[in-house]
Design a binder for this molecule. Structure first.
Ligand code: SAH
Length: 358
């Protein structure tokens, strides 16, 4: 057991088993020993690699997407660009570079980075020191101060890091999956009493139902912001769009899957995103949700291949690398199909680029 596992075990001995979400919070965000607080998490040398770290074209197309949504809505004054979970700051850097071709958008823009990790926030500050627009950092969405302003939100691999809760179908009904302290360390257990779960009646014994309360409240708040003040949001994540009863919680360390409970703080923990539930929360808040569509289809619709060719012509020495990065983002056997994109706009706004058929 590592030091954080020992601390969690002591906590459980004193206070009882903890739910999966509490375990995720401690393992990811503990200020001294949590994964995001201590580890080189993202990039080739980190635990996992994200799309903007693979190709600059990813962020560039998203920047142009934001500028186009802003234009579609009549170029509203004082737009805010919010990046939820900005990682190494690469995505925002690429977004801002691309929006230089939309100077009217860029000139009036302010950027807010929502980041819990002090370590990553300092990486981002350094990376964005020469940013052409005013930047602010906050730790939570609720601190963004977006009211009265149209807000353009990017969330790439953010929702999958939010704490989930899991319920397992047993003879007693849906029992919550908990983390308990066993003789050999942390282990999974089930709560003795059943919980009410709105299932569709087809789940068999052993089925796992996942919920993400924070994703639901955030989706609701983003939907409400769009409905009141305009803007657009793009959520990109590994996820699913129909009801499924599967355990999707996973731990990744040095680009490989590892045991979820083995070394809290040493591995990234994530779960697949339930896009249908997010879309429902968005609609309930009076906004419109589009998709999810496959990342490959979305990027192709935005012209990733053409942009790749332009970039390769300008940098012939890197042509193979550029083509390889783009292939990784769009190909089905890589990130093209499993990663999905959901857009949120006000109800009366035109369809955003890449979602014409939704
Ligand atoms: N979007 C980035 C990084 C994704 S990794 C990219 O595409 O490269 C997840 C990011 O979300 C990290 O920056 C992590 O520190 C941050 N994060 C995770 N949970 C968070 C939370 N609850 N609030 C704010 N930031 C969070």
């Amino acid at each position: 057991m590592n030091a954080l596992a020992r601390r969690i075990a002591r906590m459980i001995e004193m206070d009882g088993p903890i739910d999966i979400g509490t375990y995720m919070l401690l393992a990811l965000h503990d200020r001294e020993m949590g994964f995001y607080a201590t580890r080189e998490s993202i990039g080739a040398g980190g635990a996992f690699i994200t799309a903007p770290e693979i190709s600059q074209v990813f962020g560039e197309l998203i920047g142009l997407w934001c500028a186009e949504c802003w234009r579609q809505q009549g170029c509203p004054a004082r737009p805010l660009l919010v990046d939820l979970g900005p990682g190494r700051g690469t995505l925002v850097t690429d977004v801002l570079r691309a929006t230089r071709t939309a100077p009217d958008f860029l000139q009036s823009l302010e950027v807010v980075l929502v980041e819990t990790s002090a370590r990553l926030a300092s990486v981002q500050r350094e990376r964005l020191a020469d940013a052409p627009v005013p930047m602010r950092w906050v730790q939570r969405w609720s601190d963004v101060e977006h009211r009265g302003r149209p807000v353009f939100i990017i969330a790439n691999e953010f929702f999958d890091a939010l704490p989930i809760r899991q319920f397992v179908m047993t003879e007693r009904g849906w029992c919550e999956r908990m983390v308990v302290a066993g003789a050999d360390g942390l282990a999974f257990g089930l709560s003795p009493q059943a919980s009410p779960v709105h299932d569709d009646g087809i789940a068999r014994a052993g089925a796992v139902y996942e919920t993400c309360p924070m994703a639901m409240s955030l989706a609701q708040e983003i939907g409400a912001a769009m409905a009141t003040d305009g803007g657009a949001a793009l959520l990109i994540d590994y996820g699913y769009a129909g009801r499924q009863y599967r355990d999707t919680l996973q731990a990744v360390r040095d680009h490989n899957r590892t045991d979820v409970l083995a070394g809290p703080g040493e591995a990234d923990l994530s779960a697949h995103v339930d896009f249908a539930a997010i879309a429902e929360a968005v609609r309930g808040a009076g906004a419109r949700a589009y998709g999810p569509v496959a990342q490959g289809d979305f990027l192709r619709a935005l012209g990733i291949e053409l942009r790749g060719e332009q970039l390769a012509r300008a940098n012939p020495d890197c042509a193979a690398e550029i083509a390889g990065g783009i292939a990784r983002l769009v190909k089905s056997e890589a990130m093209g199909t499993l990663f999905k994109v959901l857009a949120i706009t006000p109800r009366d706004a035109p369809s955003p680029p890449g979602f014409a058929i939704c």
